[in-house]
Structure formats: structure tokens, C-alpha cells
Ligand binder design. Structure first.
Ligand code: A3P
Length: 325
């Protein structure tokens, strides 16, 4: 038997098992051997109990803000790169490791009563995230928000225009939606980012391969807009969180903003910033027709999936499938 120094051993090991080069982080406290070498200064409690997984442009910032108003729900610290989102399980941050992730959370003072969480809207439709999230947080609860995927696509397009994305500025929404495979790469990229997250059935099925359905809560994004306190009521029940907070007292419809906002005093509200709840022209009829057709089969499959797992069918989906939308 030949002994070699650890670094060389590592190199040799990954030459022999290249498929293991990509890490899959797991909770160190779930394994006796890991706890033994885990520093005594560290705690596995510094990890979220639930995740808001997106998708983008469905009201995730509003939900994040409302959740953070709860006295025992604690959000992550802001990221210098991606603001309120940590975006650990997708992209390059995953390779920074568990310590990097844990530093986004305070050490809870009371592990049973406090609920750490993070929301990264990019998690929902990323191929790798369900497996990675489950690897580290198998007991975590998940919250996703579904709005009509056609509206989501249009909101994303408007978001890109507001960020001065040259492709979104140079092409109409309809041109982007109907870009063919021979179109310039940037046009296809933005088309995919408009359309793909809205294939909800595909992404949800993927999450449900890893997580049991009782750990996933689906928010109707239209209800989050029109009656956020009822959504917050249901979420608190889903999380089994205490104390129970009546959000009717914390949120108030702001006619100027056109959305519910946080109550600051009798005559003052704190609404989300200008980039949330933007004003833009209504979607053209031809884009609406295109998207209705595009998502039709997926929406039927989505409603079957939701029925199978005994989730409530969102109002917008019922309307869409009965041809009322
Ligand atoms: P629009 O700006 O297109 O209307 P996200 O935070 O996931 O990026 O979602 C942004 C969307 O949240 C907004 O899209 C808006 O419709 C929706 N939303 C839901 N509740 C809101 C609230 N209380 N205030 C502002 N926007 C809200």
C-alpha cells in the first residue's frame, strides 16, 4: 500500500472518479462522522427552514417582504451581488460551499420558534436546484407562486426593457415570443427566459421528484395581489408558525400604487419600489393568442398534477382552462 500526501491523493481520487468532481452539499449534522470533524463553533441551525423558490415575476418580492414582517420569520442578509437573493443552489455560488451559504443567516436565538428563510426566484426552473436543495435541506418547506404564465412572460419582458436590455428594447414582445431557432442567439435567449419558467408543470414535477408534496405550498399569485392577508394566513398554517399574525392589520391597499403595501401609520404606507408593480401598456391581442395556445397543453397537465397531489387549483388556471381568461 503506497501513502501519498493529501493534495496528491485528492488529485488522484478525482482522476479516478471524475463524476464526483461536482459537489453535492449535505447537512453536516446528519452524519456522525461529519459532526465529529465539524468545528464546535459552527451550528447546523444556521440554515433556512423554508425557501421561496420563485419563479421570477410572480410577486416573490412582495411575499418576501410580507414574510419578513412576521416577528419569528427571519430572512437572509442581503447579498452584495444579487441584493435580497442569495442564489446559492443555482450558478457559481454553489461552489463557494456551505459556510458561504450559512453566513447569510443569523444564528437563531431560539431554534424551535424562529424560522430562517430565503427567497431566490431563480431556483424554480433551474434543473439542478431541486436535487441540490434537497441534498442540504431535505426537511425544508418550499413555497412557490404561480400566476398566469402569459402574464409572467410579459412582466419579464417589461422588466428587461426597464433594465435597458438592448434585445428587449429592439424587438416587440410578439417578435421575441415568435423568434425561430435560426434567430440571433440573444433573441432566442430572451425568448427562452420569457417562456420557459412558465412551463410550470415541468418544473413542479421536478421538485416533486425530490420533495414530498406536503412540504410544498403553492400560492396563487393573483390572490397574493388581491388578498395578501388570506395568503399569509394560509402560509402561517402551512409553516405551523407562532405567534399567529393577522396581516389584515399590517397590510393596506394603496390606491396610488395599485397594490397592497405595509401599513406604517394611519395615513402612511410603505409600498414596494418602482420596479415592482410597473405600469406598462396592456399586452397586444396577438401575443395573448400566441401565449394561450403555447401554454394550453401545459396548463391542462398542470391542473392534473395539482389535482393528483390535492393542491387547490389557482383561480387564474380554472378561468384559463374554462376559456374565461
Ligand atoms: P409587474 O411589475 O410586472 O406588475 P417579482 O417580485 O417576483 O419580481 O414580481 C414582481 C411582480 O409582483 C409585479 O410585476 C407585480 O405584479 C407583483 N406584485 C404582487 N404583489 C405586489 C405588491 N404588493 N406590490 C408590488 N408588486 C406586487
Amino acid at each position: 500500500l503506497k501513502q501519498i500526501p493529501p493534495l496528491e491523493m485528492g488529485i488522484k481520487y478525482f482522476e479516478m472518479f471524475p463524476e464526483e468532481k461536482d459537489p453535492l452539499w449535505q447537512n453536516p449534522c446528519s452524519y456522525k462522522r461529519h459532526i465529529e470533524i465539524w468545528s464546535t463553533n459552527k451550528t447546523c441551525e444556521r440554515l433556512p427552514k423554508f425557501l421561496v423558490i420563485g419563479p421570477q415575476k410572480t410577486g416573490t418580492t412582495a411575499l418576501y417582504t410580507f414574510l419578513a414582517m412576521h416577528p419569528t420569520i427571519i430572512s437572509n442578509y442581503d447579498s452584495s451581488e444579487t441584493f435580497e437573493e442569495v442564489q446559492f443552489f443555482n450558478g457559481h455560488n454553489y461552489y463557494k460551499g456551505i459556510d458561504w451559504y450559512m453566513k447569510f443567516f443569523p444564528v437563531p436565538e431560539n431554534v424551535t420558534s424562529e424560522f430562517l428563510f430565503e427567497k431566490s426566484a431563480t431556483y424554480f426552473d433551474n434543473e439542478l436546484v431541486p436535487m441540490r436543495a434537497h441534498g442540504l435541506l431535505p426537511k425544508a418547506k418550499l413555497i412557490c407562486i404561480l400566476v398566469n404564465p402569459a402574464k409572467r412572460a410579459y412582466s419579464w419582458y417589461q422588466h428587461m426593457r426597464a433594465h435597458q436590455d438592448p434585445t428587449a428594447l429592439n424587438y416587440t414582445f410578439y417578435e421575441i415570443l415568435t423568434a425561430s431557432e435560426t434567430a440571433p442567439r440573444k433573441l432566442k435567449d430572451i425568448r427562452n427566459r420569457c417562456l420557459n419558467p412558465g412551463v410550470y408543470v415541468q418544473h413542479l414535477s421536478h421538485w416533486l421528484e425530490y420533495y414530498p408534496s406536503r412540504q410544498l405550498f403553492i400560492v396563487d399569485g393573483e390572490r397574493l395581489k388581491s388578498n395578501p392577508s388570506s395568503v399569509m394566513h394560509n402560509i402561517q398554517r402551512f409553516l405551523h408558525i407562532e405567534p399567529y399574525v393577522d396581516y389584515q392589520k399590517l397590510l393596506r391597499y394603496d390606491p396610488k400604487k395599485g397594490f397592497y403595501c405595509q401599513v406604517l401609520s394611519n395615513d402612511r404606507n410603505k409600498c414596494l419600489g418602482r420596479s415592482k408593480g410597473r405600469k406598462y401598456p396592456a399586452m397586444e391581442q396577438k401575443s395573448q393568442d400566441f401565449l394561450k395556445q403555447y401554454y394550453h397543453k401545459n396548463n391542462i397537465a398542470l391542473s392534473k398534477l395539482l389535482e393528483r397531489y390535492k393542491y387547490r387549483i389557482p383561480d387564474w388556471l380554472q378561468k384559463d382552462l374554462s376559456g374565461q381568461d
